[in-house]
Design a binder for this molecule. Structure first.
Ligand code: GLN
Length: 208
């Protein structure tokens, strides 16, 4: 049985847990899900999801509670799989192009990320996406962008694959070395639609 931990320091972790459990039930995956707040919980996991929320807050709490070093060790372990959504993507990125001073990054994902890239007027929107180029038959999938970041630059073409771009060319989903997934948006807020979580389980968690 593989175990997925959802980092529960701040942000939308409960929603990830609900959709993971739905994906597991619907597809009868042999997988367990736990919330992660401590180093022993983290080290018991094969995979980690870092939710959306506020990247400054998540990194600050990780520092204060002493979990930060364990997180660094975990995400850089080539046997582990990792998925960061929104603030989680920011927390994983090797480079931030703006508002970077209060985020201690986990220095993992070889991309440059712009925080709050859609500005103030359009802080949040819902986009109906066609993910069928990387998730079979996955069309009409609604995802939320909430004060979302974008991936401005891929820092290693060899390691990082672009999975999805918006019509304006903004990169909003990438994978690295088949074990790290980063998304600007929140598929965990999609109304009971567990297809993206099922994709993470099949392509990352069970494939590594
Ligand atoms: N704007 C937030 C940040 O910079 C991310 C927003 C989100 O996770 N929904 O951390």
């Amino acid at each position: 049985t593989k175990r997925i931990g959802v980092l529960a320091l701040q942000g939308a972790f409960a929603e990830h847990i609900a959709l993971l459990n739905k994906a597991i039930e619907d597809n009868k995956h042999d997988i367990e899900v736990i919330t992660v707040k401590t180093a022993p919980q983290l080290s018991s996991c094969d995979s980690l999801i870092i939710p959306g929320g506020e990247s400054t807050t998540i990194s600050l709490i990780a520092k204060r509670t002493g979990l930060f070093d364990s997180l660094i060790e975990f995400v850089h372990d080539p046997t582990k799989t990792v998925w960061g959504t929104c603030a989680g993507l920011i927390f994983l990125a090797k480079q931030l192009s703006n508002e970077s001073s209060l985020v201690n990054s986990l220095d993992l994902l070889k991309v440059k990320v712009r925080r709050n890239a859609f500005g103030r007027q359009a802080e949040s929107f819902i986009e109906t996406c066609d993910f069928s180029s990387f998730i079979p038959d996955c069309t009409g999938f609604q995802v939320y962008f909430i004060r979302a970041p974008i991936i401005e630059e891929i820092l290693s073409q060899d390691d990082v694959e672009t999975l999805y771009t918006l019509k304006d060319g903004s990169i909003v989903a990438v994978s690295q070395q088949g074990r790290i997934l980063g998304t600007s948006f929140h598929p965990e807020l999609s109304d009971n639609d567990a297809r993206f979580h099922n994709y993470f389980i099949q392509k990352f968690v069970l494939n590594n």
